[in-house]
Design a binder for this molecule. Sequence first.
Ligand SMILES: [Zn+2]
Length: 350
Amino acid sequence: MKVRNVFNRISYVYLVATLLVVLGAGVFTGASVVRQEIGESIIFEKHPILHVQFDGNWKLSYEEAAELALYFDALYDRLGDSPYPAPSEAQLVNLAYEVLPIFNYEGFVLPQFPSDLDLYPYQSGSNHIHIAGQSNCSGFVLNYRFGNPYSSWYNEGSWVAVAIHEMVHVQQGSLCGSINNLYLEMSAEVISIEVMAALVNYGNRDMTYALVRELRGMAASAAYGLALNEGDLEKYVTLRERLMRGDDGRPDSFKNAGWDKSRRHWEENPERLEFILQAYSIFPLEKIVQSILYIDGAYDGLIMPPGFVIEYPNSPDVYVPGPPLILDDLMYFLEHADELVDQYVREKEE
Ligand SMILES: [Zn+2]
């Protein structure tokens, strides 16, 4: 990951478009502008970095998200069990000390160490079941369930990615409290993935597990959301069954029970589900794919210092982003994922 100025023609047009994003608006305005620049006829056989075929349409389709989910799932299945211990406050501190300087090394401002970080036992049922981690923009907590041997979340290797995501909110600082959640979450997702890829590229083997797992979850959830948008949940149900099958090819009855329970919950809260799937999965994955396919890995419009907000007394605030983030570590990782996963598995067996 490098933050640098890329003022070729396309990113200039896109930067202008990004400046027009008014805080609080619900959709991006940049896409159509770039699309006119690039044309609509880019159709790849199988993209050399992303390993699936794209239809050349700027918007991420259900089929593209589903193919990505299957690709990441095949990598994930080779990795075996989570290499991470259950988290404790001490584990979170260790992870933060290892990860935060990478933000700076890769071009962001000097890292803010979280003012506090710990596991938190939520009392509200909804928070207990659905919130993995939470940041108040200066510190963060992970759900206590990750560290509780009595919980179904115990030994869930996803906590590392959640913690790194929350660390990004701490780096977003004052922006974290002032900008539309959708953009904040998108940025936190993409930055945390790029930081994880950078760590893998610096030789952090276990981070391969955290990264592949996060990419798999993001692509599967994006497919879920896109199927819901199309009013065709059935096609996601079929995909999900393929993704969730155990090593022996049999269906996972406990995961199926959990899925059925979550569908009953979300049918009563469809707007909340839509926001979650957009902010954490559809939009960040779409942005990653667009960046890699069309703008050499450049992510414009990041919500992160040195971006800043201009306040106007009688009209909406405007966000002026910093230079684009180049997803060079993620691109390297994706291009070489097969051989990296191969070595990870080989070394574990030795
Ligand atoms: Zn977040």
